[in-house]
Design a protein. Structure first.
Lengths: 324, 231
């Protein structure tokens, strides 16, 4: 039963955006729960040896992903098998992870907490660690009216913080709201984007939230077949979740295994590198042809998806007042 | 007028007393068995001639408990999710608070957690993910967990681990059990692990840890091992 208080706040859906997928009636937002989630997000107490927090691989200034590493690393410098995804606009997502293994935002945090190459911990152990902390007993009491800490409350608080990570104030958004205008170059890029990219990277989320094979060659050091591992269906071989392009300027490296360091590498892949296999997205069957000028224009448009208000919003940063 | 009011108050009061008295408890107790004997953690059992096995964990979810009368549902438990854990005696009995007036001849329950609950986010109580019955790498409840050792398992420490779960088609492992019960205060239900293990070749099938065809087959065999205990 959701604990309701007068402090419940409503989730603001940006104008003309679709209805969120997340069911807020089962986890009504409140400032105290969001703050608890934020403290948990930044606290390495969630990891086995208290060294890695969620923020270790999901840093605000890079759109909540892990830059400089193609594959993200966890406790004891262990290397995982995938590039950590960005965290933005999660209320609209119905599945999580590159392969959609996770079916609900609430359950998402269990995966990195438990993975031996990430936090190497168990929620069964995290809860007693939190319970032993006077600070957390107080924060949970403020949030849920109960200082007895449960897995459910821990996960719901983490969800609340992640739900608030909404990026909807880039230059692109201002242009859509008719508050400003694209440059000629950006406008040309937007036309190219709509023609060549938008069927998968659909506006306004810049992802259609589906799983697609975008023609990357299999990395035989990882042998990651993506979605097929979850569905056991060969039609899902080499399909990965379409990532958002919002804040792409800062979320490098790109792709599920972080194989491309620069946006120019990504455009090169889509224009000349696509591998034709049985499950290739049908939109990529015909080559995408872009002149070098067009690549510059398209890149200029992609940079309008940078949302500095999001990247530097103090509400999302390290909770120095409450993380003790 | 006053008389009518008093009469109404009296009737309401009586109804109140009556309704307070009209419920009774029907206790369903699960008895983990190994053939004819009570199943005990870490005791040694035999399946074939030359083997030797021990059970280290047996945990499973019972959900959506219903009572039936001639095939029709006459009572269903609200919010019906129970984690049965052989290592925690008090979880073996489920108390159902039922109206004393109803007649019933069968009890029905699911072994596992339904798909809607599986996709509804973080739950509390017996469904809290700290109960060790939730997969972390791929969302979903483990419906049934059986772990132990057998010398026929050529695995590290001879261990076997059967974690049955999966809620998505075509690998939905949720199955229901229907048993004939007498209209008593209690039903004693056996679950015979020997009967289940007889359907499995532990030398090859020692680890089931994800949804799939194997989990479905073992789940179907698992529901057949529930029976009403003959007193």
């Amino acid at each position: 039963m959701a604990f309701k208080s007068l402090k419940d706040i409503s989730f603001a859906v940006p104008k003309s955006w679709p209805k969120p997928h997340y069911d807020f009636t089962k986890n009504p937002l409140s400032t105290s729960k969001i703050e608890l989630g934020r403290v948990l997000f930044y606290d390495p107490i969630l990891s086995k040896n208290n060294t890695i927090s969620c923020a270790s691989c999901h840093s605000q200034y890079t759109a909540f992903t892990h830059v400089d590493h193609s594959l993200s690393h966890g406790i004891d410098d262990r290397i995982g098998t995938r590039n950590s995804p960005t965290l933005m606009n999660l209320a609209w997502h119905s599945s999580f992870m590159w392969d959609g293994a996770i079916n609900h935002l609430d359950m998402q945090a269990l995966a990195p907490i438990s993975h031996p190459d990430e936090m190497g911990e168990k929620i069964e152990t995290v809860v007693p660690k939190l319970q032993a902390s006077k600070n957390y007993r107080s924060l949970f009491y403020k949030a849920f009216g109960d200082s007895v800490i449960t897995g459910q409350h821990t996960l719901k608080a983490l969800s609340q913080f992640m739900l608030t990570l909404v990026s909807a104030n880039s230059k692109y958004d201002s242009v859509m709201r008719k508050q400003t205008q694209f440059t000629v170059q950006e406008k040309n890029g937007y036309v190219l984007f709509q023609k060549n990219c938008a069927s998968c990277h659909a506006e306004p989320l810049f992802t259609n939230l589906q799983f697609e094979n975008n023609g990357l060659a299999l990395d035989t050091t990882l042998n990651d077949y993506g979605r097929m591992k979850i569905t056991k269906n060969k039609n899902d071989s080499l399909k990965f979740k379409v990532p958002t392009l919002r804040n792409i300027e800062f979320s490098y490296p790109y792709m599920h295994d972080g194989r491309f360091k620069r946006l120019s590498d990504v455009l090169k892949h889509y224009t000349t590198g696509v591998q034709h296999g049985k499950t290739l997205a049908k939109q990529l069957e015909q080559p995408i042809l872009l002149s070098s000028n067009q690549r510059v224009d398209l890149t200029a448009f992609l940079l309008t998806l940078t949302d500095r208000e999001f990247l530097f919003n103090p509400k999302y940063s390290f909770p120095k007042n409450n993380l003790k | 007028m006053r008389f009518i009011c008093s009469a109404i108050v009296c009737v309401l009061f009586c109804v109140n007393i009556l309704s307070a008295q009209t419920n009774k408890i029907h206790a369903i107790t699960f008895h983990p068995m190994y053939g004819e004997s009570k199943l005990e953690i870490d005791s040694s059992y035999k399946l074939g001639v030359n083997d030797n096995l021990q059970i280290e964990a047996l945990k499973f979810y019972i959900s959506s408990i219903e009572l039936l009368d001639k095939g029709k549902v006459v009572w269903k438990e609200d919010n019906s999710f129970h984690l049965i854990d052989i290592s925690n005696q008090k979880t073996l009995t489920v108390l159902c608070n039922i109206p004393s007036t109803i007649s019933y001849d069968q009890v029905k329950f699911n072994l596992g957690i339904d798909s809607l609950t599986n996709v509804s986010g973080a739950m509390g109580g017996d469904l809290d993910p700290t109960k060790g019955m939730y997969w972390t790498w791929q969302s979903g409840y483990i419906n049934f967990k059986l772990e132990g050792k057998s010398n026929v398992c050529k695995t590290r420490l001879n261990e076997f681990q059967l974690h049955l779960g999966g809620y998505q088609s075509p690998f939905n492992t949720l199955r229901s059990v229907v048993l004939d019960v007498a209209q008593n205060e209690r039903a004693d239900i056996s679950i015979d692990i020997k009967q289940l293990l007889k359907t499995i070749d532990l030398s090859t099938q020692h680890h089931i840890m994800s949804p799939g065809a194997e989990a479905i087959l073992v789940s179907e065999n698992a529901i057949k091992t529930f029976s009403i205990q003959k007193n």
